[in-house]
Write a protein that binds this ligand. Sequence first.
Ligand SMILES: O=C1O[C@H](COP(=O)(O)O)[C@@H](O)[C@H](O)[C@H]1O
Length: 229
Amino acid sequence: MISEHLNATPSALAASIANELRAAIAERGEASLAVSGGKSPIVLFEQLRTQVLDWSKVRVTLVDERCVAHVHADSNTALVRTHLLQDGASAATFVPLFGTLPADLSDAALPDLVANANERLSALTFPLDVIVLGMGEDGHTASLFPAAPGLDNALASLGPVAWVRPATAPHARLTLTLPVLLIARHVHLPLAGETKLKVYREALRTANPALPISLLLNSPACEVQVWIA
Ligand SMILES: O=C1O[C@H](COP(=O)(O)O)[C@@H](O)[C@H](O)[C@H]1O
C-alpha cells in the first residue's frame, strides 16, 4: 500500500519525519529511526539533523550496512555519522549494526555478525517508529538484493537482522529483514531520477521477489509513503 507525495523535497520529508519522532516521544518517551545509506540520502540527512526535537530521546540505526570498516568510503555508518549525527541530531544515540569486523568475512562468519547485530538492536523497541528506505536501480531496498544468497531468509526471518551477499554489488551486507520493515510505524521511500521511477512503476504492478521493493509497495500490512522528487 502506498501514498505518494509528488514534487517532494528533502525538507518536506525531514519535517514529516521530525513530526513522527516528536509524536513517538510524546507517546512512548522515546523514538527510533532507521535510515538507509548509499548516495541518495545526504541532502535529507542535512535537513533532518537541524529539525527541532529532543534528539537525546531518539535511537538511530541503519536499515542496512555494507560489511566494511566504519572508516571505509562505502560504510553507511560513516555516512550517517558525517551527514546525520550533527547539529541537534548529535544528541541522538547511534546503534551501528556491528563494531569491529572479523578478519574472515566468508559466509561462515556472517551468522555470528548477525547474532551480534541482533544483540545490539535489542536496545531498540520494535516496531521501529520511522524507517527511511532507499531503492537501487535493480529494485533492491535495504540490502534485499534480487536473487542474492541470503535473500530468502532475509524475506522471512523475524531477525531483526539477516545477512545477504549480493552478486551484483560489492560487499556482504547486514539488513533489517522484510518482516521488521513491514511492521514499522512509518515507512518512507524518497525517489529521484527517471531510471528509479521506471523501476518503481514496474514494482507497483505486483509483489515479486525479483524486485524486492515491490514486496513492501504491494503489502496491505504496510503503508509506504513515497516521496517523488
Ligand atoms: O547499497 C545500497 O543501496 C541503496 C540505494 O543506494 P543509492 O546510492 O542508489 O541511494 C541504499 O538504500 C542502501 O542503504 C545501500 O546500502
